[in-house]
Design a protein around this ligand. Structure first.
Ligand SMILES: [Zn+2]
Ligand SMILES: [Zn+2]
Length: 205
């Protein structure tokens, strides 16, 4: 079993926070040179990180920056990252498109294998993006995996949301309209176009 050092504001941790700060470019790499070849050593990091490039969903925007609060532990065969990813999300209701803010937290425990030290068997099962490369961990895959479990596929402002009228676009939560039902040409409606990208709601269709 692994023994983790208690995480706390040690001088090490303060140094780590600085070294983990991303450059202005889209850098999700964390320098772990100080932990390579030092099994048993660990270091706490608190890093603000950009959102992985191209990481978007139809109705969910992930707000930058992300925060990673974790301990990186050096093992014989790689580095273990254990902690929490904190993110702010801006969701749009799938029916009325109203924006909703939400916070997400994902627990992560991920092993980054060191190709120079891991066994062949381990490397066969290596998950893409989870390896130590040139004494750095690239957190792109970790952040994507952590957040994709936290982003609702069909956000709703309320289970009872009435949505928008497909014909005139009025928010039916706010006021009714006089449009005849089923009389709209759905092709022009941005809401309908968006709907086509989404799975049907239970009981719909
Ligand atoms: Zn709604
Ligand atoms: Zn209408």
């Amino acid at each position: 079993m692994l023994v983790l050092r208690a995480r706390g504001p040690t001088p090490d941790a303060a140094g780590a926070a600085v070294s983990a700060m991303p450059s202005p470019s889209h850098d999700l790499r964390i320098d772990v040179a100080d932990l390579v070849d030092r099994p048993g050593d660990s270091r706490a990091i608190e890093a603000q990180l950009p959102v992985p490039e191209g990481f978007t969903f139809p109705l969910v925007e992930v707000d930058a920056p992300l925060r990673l609060d974790a301990v990186i532990e050096s093992l014989v065969d790689g580095m273990l990252v254990r902690g929490t990813v904190h993110a702010g999300l801006t969701l749009r209701c799938a029916r009325c498109l109203r924006p909703l803010a939400e916070g997400a937290e994902a627990e992560v425990t991920e092993l980054f294998l060191d190709p120079d030290r891991a066994s062949q068997d381990q490397l066969v099962d290596l998950e893409e993006g989870y390896e130590v490369v040139e004494e750095h961990l690239d957190l792109d895959a970790l952040l994507r995996d952590a957040l994709s479990g936290q982003t609702p596929y069909r956000p709703l402002c309320d289970e009872a949301c009435e949505g928008l009228c497909p014909t005139c676009g009025v928010d039916l939560n706010i006021s009714a309209c006089t449009c005849p039902q089923d009389d709209g040409d759905p092709r022009w409606s941005p809401l309908e176009q968006l709907r086509e990208q989404l799975p049907p709601e239970p009981g719909e269709g």
